[in-house]
Design a protein around this ligand. Sequence first.
Ligand SMILES: *Cc1c(COP(=O)(O)O)cnc(C)c1O
Length: 465
Amino acid sequence: MLQITNHMPTEDLRALDAAHHLHPFTHGAELKEKGVRIITRARGVYLTDSDGNEILDAMSGLWCVNIGYGRTELAEVAARQMRELPYYNTFFQTTHVPVIALAARLAEIAPEGMDHAFFASSGSEANDTNIRLVRHYWAAMGKPDKQVIVSRKNAYHGSTMGGASLGGMQPMHAQGGLPIPGIVHIDQPYWWGEGGDMDPAEFGLARARQLEQTIEELGEDKVAAFIAEPIQGAGGVIIPPETYWPEIQRICDEHEILLIADEVICGFGRTGEWFGSQAMNIRPDIMTIAKGVTSGYQPVGGSIVRDTVAEVLNAHGEFFHGYTYSGHPVAAAVALENLRIIEEEEVLRHVREVAAPHLARAWARLGEHPMVGDVQSFGMLAGVALTPDKERRAAFASPKGTVGQRCRERCFANGVVMRHVGDRMIVCPPLVITPEEIDTMVDRAWRAIDETFEQLRAEDLFRPA
Ligand SMILES: *Cc1c(COP(=O)(O)O)cnc(C)c1O
């Protein structure tokens, strides 16, 4: 395979990047001070940077490289498809073979009765589709007032106007006049951070019942849908108490609203099932997909739609919506190859029987550290809270995120990419990671946390708020 080993010196690349590249989700001043990290190649679970350092990627890129890096089968499929039909659209009564095959394959792996897919190129676009789709659906059903979508604070549903509005990230809303109208946010089921004196089961029910209260306050005739991630990813790997999802399902069953499961992270094996909805035993009407559907090798997003909803859409004229790259043939071919690998290499079984149990055991060891609380994992998602007092579930005196940010820097220094969300540290490794690699990942995470702890103590910052 061709590799770009003969690139310019790191300093020159950095200077060009600083001069011309505006980065997404990056603090300008910090970038300028520290310089950008340049990743040049990757294989399996390891990245290599422009100075030749090997780093274990415990974040699967951005939660997406489910089958790991360096799978040349996907490159070959892409090249073949580019030669045969590099592009054609799916508007105006046309289609092509890769998108037909991908839609049919998704219908096979999706839950019963969800046999239709609408394609986009990202999770954000797919969630924009969902906003328009559910509102159009209710209008077609003769209920045009059912427009409001209920979401959750600290949810992540993307970065477009619609996606960021559905999301519950306050700093994102503060820029650009969001959220758009017709979106209401309830509280998240984050027991460790917000549960107070309730036990987790009681708290899970209370948070779920906010959905019912909101439907009652707004009026069932005004509410179109509820959207949520089965497990919140970018919000900090928030695994809801066991009581939460069954109660949400009950509320959705008893009220006439659609349930949208945002499976962008949870889908395609992350929980040990094809979809997080199956792991949580919920019955969505729409599932948002992206990320793991191609393991990140090509940009694909989409909405998997329940047949009863699709039939209404198909029976009511034209849905005036679509993207030039909806169902792009090269991307669809790569998605199919990725799904073939997941199936034939029994990646779901590897997650359920090997990787996830091993991760749970190894990750639990972090709980022995004096600065670590809320040690949790589900499938191949795991998180911990950094805390100065785990008994009291206390936050640090320093502004939220400062400790997490320091820890993240120690992670890079120790050869592992973990992400911080506030003062939570989270991982989402490739599903194909081996037990030995999990041990390496957790050892490096421990060292990063411990070095952060030593720094804080030396500077007298290991103090509760
Ligand atoms: C990443 C993500 C999105 C947005 O997907 P993009 O491809 O970045 O637009 C939406 N929902 C969830 C749950 C995500 O994690």
